[in-house]
Ligand binder design. Structure first.
Ligand code: ZN
Length: 488
């Protein structure tokens, strides 16, 4: 019964079962094939980076690829691929800038695979800047003069003209960029300034003393420099010594070397006043006759009269064109002194400098005519004059001191004949002189030998004087000066 039942409907059940079984086996086969197919899939992988930057011009070392069939490495480092073909396409060309593709194509049996690499050929090397050597020293105040430079690039060649130069304190910075944007920069330290100053040596030291009235003569100096050698000739001397005015005068010596280093030294010159001995008063009653403003047409006659009486007098002379008479004055033993060259108050009292210019000029004229270097002098108008106040207030205060410091002895008077004033005849001149001399033991009498009446009065004066016990003497440096009170 079971058979019948089982024999009755077993056909359908078995078919289904067999179909399922067949499907199961088929699926197993598919899985097995897929498993093995998959297992043998060809794989190619890049060694190294997928995207590479490469230096222009350098040989390209290809990192290569790794090829595997799953589970089996077909290409290994250092080993030839025995069963696979690898084809590499596309360079790279290292002489060509820009992106380039490299393709690796692999074939193995019926499998194929491909992989790509990007190689960018570029320049990564900076240019080189070369500086020409600069001198060690440059002038302190001079500009630095460029010694030169060059810039060279591996790709662009000479790019010196693209160099930018920037002057900064103590240095210069040179920069350049090549066409691929690679920068280069170098610095030049500026040459140092030479700081060693030249040396000045003063002969006789930095202090020098001279007596007033002595012309200062430069005692000498030397200058040398570590680089320039002897610089004596380049020394500049500033300052002036006023020989007639006591005081200390700085003389400034300076010299500058070729790198602008300056040395300055000072020498102080002290002008020391002339020391005067005490006044020597003459023995006995004495008249010093003095004649100003000549010589003139009457002076020779005057000399004759003085000679006849054995009398000596003093002549304060001007440059009046009677040089021969000046010589006669000296020859006959009279004293000669300076009055002035021009007797022009406005000129000689314009300034101390103007006065001394006139004074020394007249001194020279007298010396040239007579051979006497006289230091006796009389101020035009006397030291008490007020006329100088018009041109130079206070000048007599200066001059009355400075002429003596400078070695000149000035003489005023204590008897005025008034021959330049109201006395216009010999008798009046004589009377004025006698009136002035009376009751004085020592007198300096003021007269002018350019007036005939004054000269005519002299014989009577000499007679009267000798009868009254006076000697007539010439002045010398130590004679009493009878200085007036200075009023300007
Ligand atoms: Zn005068």
């Amino acid at each position: 019964m079971g058979e019948r039942e089982s024999g009755g409907k077993p056909g359908l059940f078995q078919v289904v079962w067999k179909v399922l079984l067949a499907l199961l086996v088929l699926a197993g086969i598919v899985c097995w094939v897929l498993f093995w197919w998959n297992r043998f899939t060809l794989t190619v992988e890049l060694e190294g980076e997928e995207s590479v930057l490469h230096q222009y011009g350098e040989p390209f070392q290809d990192p290569g690829v790794r090829v595997t069939l799953r589970g089996t490495e077909l290409l290994m480092e250092g080993r030839e691929l025995s069963h696979a073909d690898i084809m590499v396409f596309g360079g790279p060309n290292v002489e060509q800038l820009g992106r380039q593709n490299v393709t690796y194509h692999v074939r193995f049996l019926f499998w194929e695979a491909e992989v790509h690499r990007t190689v960018t050929v570029t320049d990564m090397i900076s240019p080189v800047i070369t500086l020409t050597k600069a001198p060690d020293f440059i002038p302190a105040r001079g500009p630095y003069i460029e010694s030169g430079y060059q810039a060279y690039d591996n790709l662009d060649g000479d790019i010196t003209d693209r160099v930018k130069r920037q002057e900064l304190p103590g240095k210069i910075v040179y920069t350049v960029v090549d066409s691929c944007g690679n920068p280069a920069s170098v610095e030049r330290k500026l040459p140092v300034f030479k700081l060693v100053e030249p040396e000045i040596t003063l002969s006789g030291g930095d202090y020098w003393a001279i007596p007033t009235g002595t012309v200062f003569e430069e005692p000498g100096y030397k200058a040398k420099d570590d680089m320039d050698g002897d610089l004596t000739e380049k020394v500049q001397v500033e300052g002036e010594v006023s020989w007639w005015q006591t005081g200390t005068y700085p003389l400034v010596y300076s010299v500058t070397d070729s790198t602008d280093n300056t040395t300055t030294v000072t020498r102080n010159v002290e002008v020391i006043p002339r020391e005067w001995p005490d006044t020597q008063w003459p023995e006995g009653k004495t008249i010093y006759l003095t004649f100003d403003d000549g010589p003139g047409p009457y002076t020779q006659a005057l000399l004759n009269v003085l000679g006849a009486y054995g009398a000596k007098a003093t002549f304060f002379v001007t440059d009046s064109g009677y040089g021969n008479v000046m010589r006669e004055i000296v020859a006959q033993g009279h004293s000669i002194g300076i009055h002035t060259v021009t007797h022009d108050y406005g000129k000689i009292y314009a300034s101390p400098e103007a006065f001394y210019e006139d004074l020394t000029h007249m001194q020279q004229i007298i010396f040239d005519e007579t051979g006497v270097w006289t230091t006796l002098m009389r101020f035009p108008g006397g030291s008490s004059n007020l006329v100088s106040k018009r041109t130079s207030p206070g000048i007599m205060t200066t001059l009355s001191t400075s002429v003596r410091d400078a070695g000149y002895q000035y003489f005023d008077w204590n008897v005025d004949s008034d021959d330049a004033g109201a006395a216009h005849d010999a008798q009046k001149v004589f009377e004025n002189v006698v009136a002035g001399v009376q009751n004085k033991a020592v007198c300096i009498v003021l007269q002018h030998d350019i007036h005939s009446y004054s000269v005519e009065a002299v014989e009577n004066i000499l007679q009267w004087g000798q009868e009254n016990g006076y000697r007539f003497l010439g002045l010398n440096e130590n004679s009493p000066g009878f200085h007036h009170d200075v009023m300007n």
